[in-house]
Design a protein around this ligand. Structure first.
Ligand SMILES: C[S@@+](CC[C@H](N)C(=O)[O-])C[C@H]1O[C@@H](n2cnc3c(N)ncnc32)[C@H](O)[C@@H]1O
Length: 190
């Protein structure tokens, strides 16, 4: 865990991921961005594991590749310059984790954001690939144009999942503003 402890949705997502991802596992980063989640996943799966990383921006794929190379983990990750709505074309399950960090690339083009349709399409594919006990972590942002609509779509899709098959959690940090990023975590039941 970082020195920020459990500050914010991203830190809580990483806490949930660390519990289930281990050496030799197969996992997905559905939104690589600057590569921080991809790097964590590559570290957790070790040399015998596999990470698939998706982003539609070449800039994000390049930043992620640089970060991985610096850590010596590049060969653990298949980077895909493609939309996560094509997840099941590239990824073969079972996977123990899928990570979504929605919104725009920090420091990048703010007009290039994740969309309700593609995010929900990728989530629907992701739950089919999930191993029993596997988790999907989704960090949601409502502060940018379209972010609120995307969050509503994801919440409504996730709330409709069978409680016998999936455990769905919505996690907000109560002592931050109502608009702060928050986490939805979906665990596939055993
Ligand atoms: C908030 S950033 C991710 C941050 C990243 N997890 C990190 O640690 O730096 C969201 C990313 O989603 C990407 N994105 C937008 N639509 C996408 C799609 N359909 N498939 C994959 N990535 C997408 C954007 O290009 C952007 O880089």
């Amino acid at each position: 865990m970082s020195s920020d402890g459990l500050r914010g949705g991203t830190a809580l997502a990483r806490f949930f991921l660390r519990e289930v991802v281990g050496e030799g596992d197969r996992v997905v980063d559905a939104t690589c961005g600057n590569g921080h989640d991809t790097l964590l996943l590559a570290e957790l799966v070790g040399p015998d594991g596999k990470v698939w990383g998706f982003d539609i921006q070449g800039e994000a794929i390049a930043a992620t590749a640089t970060l991985l190379e610096g850590a010596g983990f590049r060969e653990r990750v298949e980077l895909l310059h493609a939309g996560h709505e094509q997840l099941d074309k590239f990824v073969s399950g079972p996977v123990v984790a899928v990570v979504f960090n929605l919104g725009y690339l920090p420091g990048g083009e703010k007009g290039c954001v994740t969309s309700p349709r593609n995010t929900v399409a990728a989530l629907a594919q992701g739950i089919k690939l999930l191993a029993p006990g596997g988790r999907i972590c989704i960090v949601l942002y409502t502060g940018h144009p379209g972010g609120g609509e995307e969050a509503e779509s994801v919440e409504s899709w996730a709330a409709g999942l069978s409680p016998k098959e999936f455990h769905v959690w919505g996690c907000r940090q109560m002592n931050r503003s109502a608009g702060a990023p928050y986490l939805i975590m979906i665990e596939k039941a055993y």
